[in-house]
Design a protein around this ligand. Structure first.
Ligand code: ARG
Length: 461
């Protein structure tokens, strides 16, 4: 008769022969799901307590299980956990070890539980924690952006469309645009966390279990707000993984835009900022170079995260209910996306906090008065000219200026078609005037930027 310590008790029941080594390589998930162990230990504790409270296992068995779980936790923390060749995944490794340590009592831990509801529960706990951590890093980065906006409140910068100078803005206004993106990312992350509110555990393999369990007690110990109302859905549901990947994809995409701008701004061509040494690298051959590698990688990592989202939509597509081994494939995509996003958020914050902006360079680029062409057109509109017509008139003036190597302000009174008045035009073309004319809500006039800066701070608080 096999003893509770016999590893053969943990091999697949129907299959007698040793699994093919390559099957094991394909099938085993321990190498990557081992990081779920803190959640697996936590849920096993909650499950064992519930089993005893419901009279399903003896209190002495519960105590033996809990003591074994304490030891397992210590071993996993210390890196001394004795993994065995037959450990297919983290759940089997922990249960095997608990049984080695606790004897026959350990064999009672899996009463009224299946790996199907177990893994769904671990994943929900992982997603909840990862969403919270990413949310904090997003908040840190958004705070760094708001602080940088405060430090550069009235520093002019060209605003671009098509990467052509469009209209001048303040650097503060531009940096705050990223803070708003991140505030939305934070909402998406919170949504993903909320999607883990229903406890899968207690669903069993798929149909429920034949013991009088108390799922609400387990839910409250593990911080779930409710229990999943349908056992079939409970073991099949990975929506919260997709939700987190979606939030991560959008956030990583935002960071890629920030990264791309930092690459441009720190180039000699733009010269708008210098990135901190700690987030750049030198060239192995060209001593003058300071490469914006981290900013480039912010740009390049986003499609990797989006790829994980797309891959999992593929995995879940048309998957019959309920649990299928396909679902094991959720882990590496999720873990890599979470790790990648966290690194990118930290890097972005480092660059935003340490970037040194060049006020003169930015002001010079924003001071090209062709950039005020829209304001000139608006002046004509105020004189009653329809905007379309005004647009054509100003385009003509811009052509004249460019062809003769002059600025708009250098055009003579005789070159300005009526009703344009030379003094009025000169006033409009003062750099500060272009910026301060944008008084609409959300516009770049300083009073408006101050207003949105306060709103952003309030939203962050
Ligand atoms: N390692 C598996 C996974 O990640 C655990 C669940 C296994 N369940 C099963 N019925 N084979 O999905």
């Amino acid at each position: 008769m096999s003893t509770p310590h016999d590893p053969a008790r943990f091999s697949a029941a129907r299959t007698a022969a040793e699994p093919d080594a390559d099957f094991k390589a394909l099938n085993d998930s321990l190498a990557f799901d081992v990081r779920l162990w803190p959640f697996d230990v936590a849920q096993s504790r909650a499950h064992a307590r519930m089993l005893a409270a419901q009279g399903i296992v003896e209190e002495a068995d519960r105590d033996a299980i809990l003591a074994a779980l304490d030891r397992v936790e210590t071993e996993l923390q210390a890196g001394s956990f004795p993994f065995a060749p037959g450990d297919e995944d983290v759940h089997m490794a922990i249960e095997r070890r608990v049984t080695e340590l606790a004897g026959p009592a350990g064999g009672r831990l899996h009463t009224a539980r299946s790996r199907n509801d177990q893994v769904a529960t671990d994943m929900a706990l992982f997603v909840r924690e990862a969403a919270g951590r990413a949310g904090e890093l997003v908040t840190d980065l958004a705070t760094a952006l708001v602080d940088a906006a405060q430090r550069h409140l009235d520093w002019p910068l060209p605003g671009y469309t098509h990467l052509q100078r469009g209209q001048p803005v303040y650097l503060s206004h531009h940096l705050l645009a990223y803070a708003w993106m991140l505030l939305r990312d934070r909402e998406r992350l919170a949504f993903a966390a909320d999607q883990t509110r229903a406890l899968p555990l207690g669903a069993g393999a798929l149909a429920g279990v034949s013991f009088a369990t108390d799922r609400v007690a387990v839910a409250s110990e593990l911080g779930f707000a409710e229990v999943a109302p349908n056992s079939i859905d409970a073991v099949s549901n990975r929506d919260f993984v997709l939700d987190l990947l979606h939030a991560a994809s959008t956030c990583a995409t935002h960071l890629s835009r920030l990264g791309a701008e930092l690459v441009l701004w720190s180039s000699s061509e733009f010269g708008f900022c210098e990135l901190p040494d700690a987030w750049t690298s030198g060239s192995s051959i060209m001593p003058q170079k300071k490469n914006p590698d981290a900013a480039e990688l912010l740009r390049a990592k986003a499609p990797r995260v989006v790829g994980h989202l797309a891959a999992l939509h593929g995995v879940f597509h048309a998957l019959p209910l309920t649990y299928n081994k396909d679902l094991q494939e959720d882990k590496e995509h999720l873990f890599d996306a979470v790790d990648t996003l966290e690194l990118c958020l930290v890097a972005a914050r480092g660059m935003v906090e340490g970037a040194r902006f060049d006020r003169e360079r930015m002001a010079a680029a924003a001071g090209d008065d062709l950039i005020a062409a829209t304001d000139l057109a608006d002046l004509l509109v105020r004189h009653g000219v329809p905007f379309r017509e005004a647009h054509g008139v100003v385009a003509g003036l811009a052509r004249t200026a460019i062809q003769s190597g002059r600025t708009l302000a250098q055009l003579g009174p005789d070159e300005l078609p009526p009703p344009l008045d030379h003094a009025e035009v000169a006033e409009i073309l003062r750099p500060a005037a272009w910026l301060e004319s944008k008084v609409s809500e959300g516009g770049t006039a300083l009073s408006r930027v101050r207003e949105q800066l306060e709103c952003a701070r309030a939203a962050l608080a």
